[in-house]
Design a protein around this ligand. Structure first.
Ligand code: SF4
Length: 445
């Protein structure tokens, strides 16, 4: 059950309330390089990115935002640190939202107050109907305050008056508690600033590179406020590390109904973030967009080159938006069952495979036609505009599999020797116990 937050809008995308959890990413270049920024954003749009954030480090970058905005189709969010002037230029340039951390804004030049810098941005955002993300990161909580809070909890005094270090896990838990309380207090303070200015079109993020810290901070904030939340595990890591950390953090929160937008941060091309985000949302039944892909991990029973074919099929289906299920399975043990559950399924056999369509046997194809056959049948069940993205009859899809069946992967001499050996079971001894080598029957996965 989604937690009901108050609804805001970033451009034409609704955030919070009954709106679906929105998927966001961030570009990787200076926005002054307009062509490269636009090209990357268009690639992000094609795979389902719904909001895009761009870093705006200098005035030159802020001045490029209008041109980028004119050439893309999804809301543009300017990420500003320190300089209120850059936020004001971004708003003038027509961005849909600005992301700021009020805690690191330079103070107003006249009054010396951070609040006044914040107020100037909020007033411009109100006039232009621009949204805002108030971002608090664990790393930006004042180092001295964090240190003091943590020192308090790192030792405990025993009954005899001696000091003893608390156990490391307990210490980390208490450090998290102190840090997340500080993060949430800061976020609520900044929300109070916005509310006092009559501005409500904002969301909040409470990021940390530590999964449990982020989860705890979001949970605490969510218990105290109905402001919509943007979820992120910051500096999460490379493709595998980042995907795992984001999946764990987001799943813990989204399963509790917390989270209105998400960004999976990866040290990878941003286009790689979007499929991970949708996979998380599909797994939790929060979004149905795109292909639910099922493939077997492969094992000693594999009859086809399932790794190559599965990866290639999945890669070629990343632009599909229609919710469908596609399966690629390596052998007859679990292949037919999973393939029949899918809209289009391929179940491998020796040198050939069976294509299932909507649960029914469709046809048998040789291994060098797997990719072509699967893509053709997937395209056949998609709307026309998506079918063109998946399968163009004029394209040469070619064989993707080198036919690395189990037998094919074994050098001929060894395969022949094994065949001869299996024809006449032999008895060996090991530790004095007779051991008969037999050819196993098929087994469960
Ligand atoms: S037994 Fe399962 S994992 Fe192994 S090849 Fe067959 S379907 Fe794949």
């Amino acid at each position: 059950m989604r937690r009901k937050t108050r609804q805001i809008h970033v451009g034409n995308v609704l955030i919070g309330g009954d709106a679906p959890v929105a998927v966001q990413s961030m570009t990787t270049m200076y926005t002054r390089d307009v062509d490269a920024s636009v090209a990357q954003i268009i690639r992000l749009e094609e795979v389902g990115c719904e909001l895009v954030r761009v870093a705006v480090p200098e005035k030159l970058d802020a001045l490029a935002l209008g041109e980028i905005k004119r050439r893309i189709h999804i809301p543009l969010i300017a990420d500003i640190h320190y300089q209120p002037d850059l936020a004001l230029i971004a708003i003038e340039q027509g961005v849909d939202a600005v992301r700021i951390n009020p805690g690191n804004l330079l103070p107003d030049k006249e009054t010396g107050q951070q609040f006044d810098s914040f107020r100037t941005i909020v007033e411009a955002a109100k006039r232009a109907d621009v949204a805002m993300r108030i971002g608090v990161n664990s790393g930006s909580i004042d180092a001295l305050e964090r240190g003091a809070a943590m020192r308090k909890v790192s030792m405990k005094r025993l009954a005899d008056g001696t000091l003893q270090r608390t156990d490391p896990a307990e210490e980390r838990r208490r450090e998290r508690e102190a840090l997340t309380e500080r993060m949430v207090a800061k976020a609520l303070e900044y929300c109070g600033w916005a509310d006092s200015l009559g501005y409500t079109n904002y969301k909040v993020s409470l990021k940390s590179s530590n999964v449990l810290t982020a989860v705890e901070a979001y949970r605490k904030f969510s218990a105290a406020s109905d402001v919509p939340l943007h979820l992120g595990i910051t500096e999460a890591g490379t493709l595998v590390t980042g995907a795992v950390k984001s999946s764990i953090g987001f799943a813990l929160l989204l399963a509790d109904g917390i989270g209105d937008t998400i960004r999976v941060s990866l040290t990878a091309e941003p286009e790689e973030e979007i499929p991970v985000a949708y996979e998380i949302l599909r797994s939790l039944d929060l979004r149905q967009r795109g292909v639910t892909f099922v493939s077997c991990p492969s094992c000693g029973r594999v009859e086809i080159d399932v790794m190559t074919i599965a990866n290639e099929v999945e890669r070629r289906l990343t632009k599909v938006q229609t919710p469908i299920q596609v399966a690629v399975m390596g052998c007859v043990v679990n292949g037919p069952g999973e393939s029949q559950d899918a809209d289009i399924g391929l179940s491998g056999g020796r040198g050939k495979g069976v294509i299932y369509k909507k649960g029914q046997y469709f046809k048998t194809v040789p291994e060098d036609q797997f990719l072509d056959a699967v893509l053709r049948e997937v395209a056949a069940i998609l709307p026309e505009h998506e079918a063109r993205l998946v399968y163009n009859p004029d394209d040469e899809h070619g064989p993707v599999s080198a036919g690395r069946t189990r037998k094919g992967g074994i050098p001929t001499q060894t395969a022949d020797a094994m065949a001869a050996a299996s024809a006449s079971p032999k008895t060996h001894t090991t530790h004095g116990i007779p051991l008969t080598i037999v050819t196993p029957e098929s087994d469960e996965e």
